[in-house]
Design a protein. Structure first.
Length: 92
């Protein structure tokens, strides 16, 4: 199957567009922040090295909103808030 010159140009343009989408623009605001975020596998390795284990639970929506509000108030992550609350509850 041979491609016409127009089809070849269209294919090359699509390849170029995909590269542009994936690469990001240099000097773009926030580009360095995205580059610093590890991918999922790397984040999993970092978490495992820190001794963190995924633990999924189902909680009431009101409780989740309270946890989110507390995390926003303290400007910290949900994981830290839940760990702190669990540690306090287990000490009692």
């Amino acid at each position: 199957m041979t491609m016409t010159p127009a089809e070849l140009q269209k294919l090359n343009a699509l390849k170029l567009l995909n590269k542009m989408k994936q690469g990001g623009a240099p000097g773009r605001p926030g580009a360095h922040a995205r580059a610093a975020v590890p991918d999922r596998r790397e984040q999993r390795r970092i978490d495992q090295a820190a001794g963190l284990v995924p633990f999924a639970v189902k909680l009431n929506g009101d409780l989740i909103r309270q946890i989110h509000a507390l995390a926003a108030e303290r400007k910290t992550g949900i994981n830290e808030i839940v760990a702190e609350l669990l540690q306090k509850a287990l000490k009692q």
